[in-house]
Design a protein around this ligand. Structure first.
Ligand code: NDP
Length: 332
């Protein structure tokens, strides 16, 4: 059982020496437990926050512990009547090839409906983040203009597609012409603007001529500030994440344009997808239905080999992933 453990608390961008690579025996199941062979590990920006010794919505990963991560795999041994050998499940087994669970955090998934890795992406936690963030926190309604940053990513790609399903206009912001082309041509957003282009942020002017009713923020920083300047009356700013700041070594500066919230009687609200755990079943059913109806497109970026975890993880912060980033850790 190959594993990555947190060896040191990173300062800025994580380095190879912040991890230790260990190998253990494959675990066995005690009464009530199951052993899961992990096929894919989910690589999420939030993992960077879990490496810091700071107060947050969940405790940090302890030094020496297997790095926490979402996983999808197959039950290979079960002493829990709710799970049979061969069941496919998502869980939080971390960056390793085998995990043990008492079953409470496991959710059965159907590999016939969608590829296993999709349950870590659009049909899993990032999809639910987009769904509850946009419909509940963002209170999206027909005719709204929804602006979303990180538009080609796991959460952002779903936000724009759900906005369209709800009868809203979707405008994305993403890094590079290829990602923007994918967002409009494949995902069906009304427009997408490349924030790395010299003509940014002027390029936002045309697609946002009727302003922004919902800004779904995945990146924070300057892009949040630019979006705040374009809010409509009673706009909703959904603070989902701020990936541009996760490796900061200096304190984060607040947005200069926040008083536009006052002028436009707008609100800005943060949320964590775990807030909605009691509604996961409803959300998952809705996403799976839209997917089966052909209304949602899903894309995963699959890297292979647990040894590549440190380098693959960094892709999130350089824009090196195109779609939901997962690491295949099973060896067949
Ligand atoms: P993505 O799949 O979107 O991958 C991260 C992307 O962020 C990169 O591909 C890159 O895309 C973009 N990015 C990286 N650095 C910067 C930067 N400095 N400025 C602008 N964009 C940048 O990740 P997820 O969809 O998994 O996560 C998106 C956000 O949602 C994160 O902030 C994450 O923390 C948050 N999140 C919050 C949850 C919650 O419960 N609140 C749950 C899940 C995710 P590009 O090439 O376009 O630059």
């Amino acid at each position: 059982n190959k594993q990555y453990r947190l060896a040191a608390r990173p300062v800025g961008t994580p380095k190879d020496s912040d991890w230790s690579f260990t190998t253990e025996e494959i675990p066995t199941a005690a009464e009530g437990e199951v052993v899961v062979r992990v096929h894919y590990v989910s690589l999420d920006p939030a993992m960077r926050g879990w490496m810091n010794d700071a107060k947050s919505y969940i405790p940090p990963v302890g030094l020496g512990e297997v790095m926490r991560a979402g996983t999808v795999g197959e039950v290979i041994a079960s002493k829990n009547p709710a799970f049979a050998v061969g069941d496919h499940v998502t869980g939080y087994h971390g960056v390793q090839q085998y995990g043990v669970s008492d079953g409470r955090d496991l959710v059965k998934v159907d590999p016939k409906l969608a590829p296993l890795e999709s349950y870590l992406g659009g049909l899993g936690m990032p999809g639910l983040t987009a769904y509850f963030g946009l419909t509940d926190v963002g209170a999206v309604k027909e005719g709204d203009t929804v602006l979303v940053s990180g538009a080609a990513g796991a959460v952002g790609s779903m936000v724009g597609q759900i906005a369209r399903i709800k009868g809203a206009r979707a405008v994305g912001i993403a890094g590079g012409a290829d990602k923007c082309r994918y967002v409009t041509e494949e995902l069906g957003f009304d427009a997408c603007v490349d924030y790395k282009a010299d003509s940014f942020p002027q390029d936002l002017k045309a697609p946002l001529k009727s302003g922004v009713d919902v800004y779904f923020d995945n990146v924070g920083g300057d892009i949040l500030d630019i979006a705040l300047a374009r809010l409509n009356r009673h706009a909703r700013v959904v603070i989902c994440g701020a990936i541009s700041q996760y490796n900061n070594t200096t304190p984060v500066q607040g947005p200069a344009n926040y008083l536009n919230l006052l002028v436009q009687h707008a609100r800005m609200e943060g949320f964590v997808v775990f807030d909605y755990v009691r509604q996961y079943e409803e959300g998952t059913r809705q996403l799976a239905t839209w997917y089966a109806e052909g209304k949602l497109k899903l894309k995963e970026h699959v890297d292979t080999g647990i040894e590549n975890f440190p380098a693959t993880f960094l892709k999130l912060f350089s824009g090196g992933n195109f779609g939901k980033l997962v690491l295949k850790v099973s060896e067949d």
